[in-house]
Design a protein around this ligand. Structure first.
Ligand code: PEP
Length: 239
C-alpha cells in the first residue's frame, strides 16, 4: 500500500493532476490519497482510492469542525488516518482517543491507518520499543483481533516527518519487526497479514530500499505526495 497524506495542502487543480495521472496508470496494490476533506468529492479515478486525514469517534452531534465516519463513507472514502503525530501534538489526541477513533472507523467499514511513532528524545534515550508498546497497548485494550484485521499500522518516527531525515532502512525494519512481533503475541495469523507502512520523509530516491525491508509493507507519504511525479515514482518503487 502507498498512501499520500496531503495534510492542509493542495487545491482542486492538484486533484485534477492526480486524476489525470492515475487515469493512465494502475498499480496492483492499494494506492490512496488523503486530501483535505473539501476535496474528497473531486476524486473519481478507480485507480486512486481516498481516505480522510482524521475522523470523530462520535457518529454525529455537536462537535464543531469534526467529521464523522458516515460522512467520509458518503464521499467515497475507504480509509482514514487516525493518530497522526500532528493530531496527537496539535490537538492533544491521546492513545486512548486514537483507539476510539480507530474502532469507530472499523465499525463503519472504513480501514484505519493507525499511526504510531516516537519523538526524537525517545529515540535518543533508546526507549523506542517501550514508547511504541504503550501506543499499541491502548489499541489492544480497545480492538479485537477481527478489528485489527481491518486495520493498517503506520510507523512514523516523528523526527523523520517533514524533516528530510529518513529513518535508515535498518532502523525502519527494526521497529517494523518489533511491531509485527507485538501483534504475533496476540495472534500469529493477524501478525502475518498485517500491513505495516513506513512514513517519514519517503522520497523517490529512498523508497525502494525502505520498501525492500521484509517487514515494510508500503509507505505513508507526506511532502512527496504533493508532487504527482514523485508520488508516481514512489508507487513504482513499491511495485
Ligand atoms: C506524514 O506526515 O505522514 C509524513 C510521512 O510526512 P513526510 O513524508 O513529509 O515526512
Amino acid at each position: 500500500m502507498v498512501a499520500g497524506n496531503w495534510k492542509m495542502n493542495g487545491n482542486s487543480s492538484l486533484v485534477t493532476e492526480f486524476e489525470n495521472a492515475f487515469n493512465e496508470i494502475t498499480f496492483d496494490f492499494d494506492v490512496l490519497i488523503c486530501p483535505p476533506s473539501p476535496y474528497l468529492n473531486l476524486f473519481k479515478s478507480d485507480s486512486l482510492a481516498t481516505g480522510g486525514q482524521d475522523v470523530s469517534e462520535f457518529d454525529s452531534g455537536a462537535h464543531t469542525g469534526d467529521i464523522s465516519t458516515s460522512m467520509l463513507k458518503e464521499f467515497g472514502c475507504k480509509y482514514v488516518i487516525v493518530g497522526h503525530s500532528e493530531r496527537r501534538e496539535d490537538h492533544g489526541e491521546s492513545n486512548a482517543l486514537v483507539a476510539l477513533k480507530a474502532k469507530a472507523a472499523i465499525n463503519a467499514g472504513l480501514i484505519p491507518l493507525i499511526c504510531v511513532g516516537e519523538p526524537l528524545d525517545v529515540r535518543e534515550s533508546d526507549t523506542v520499543e517501550a514508547f511504541i508498546s504503550a501506543q499499541l497497548d491502548a489499541l489492544k485494550d480497545n480492538l479485537s483481533v477481527a478489528e485489527f484485521e481491518q486495520s493498517v499500522i503506520a510507523y512514523e518516527p516523528i523526527w523523520a516527518i517533514g524533516t528530510g531525515k529518513t529513518a535508515t532502512p535498518e532502523q525502519a525494519q527494526e521497529v517494523h519487526q518489533f511491531i509485527r512481533g507485538y501483534f504475533a503475541s496476540i495472534d500469529s495469523e493477524l501478525a502475518q497479514g498485517l500491513r505495516i507502512l513506513y512514513g517519514g520523509s519517503v522520497k523517490p530516491d529512498n523508497a525502494q530500499t525502505l520498501f525492500a525491508q521484509p517487514d515494510v509493507d508500503g509507505g505513508l507519504i507526506g511532502g512527496a505526495s504533493l508532487k504527482v511525479d514523485d508520488f508516481v515514482s514512489i508507487c513504482q518503487a513499491a511495485n
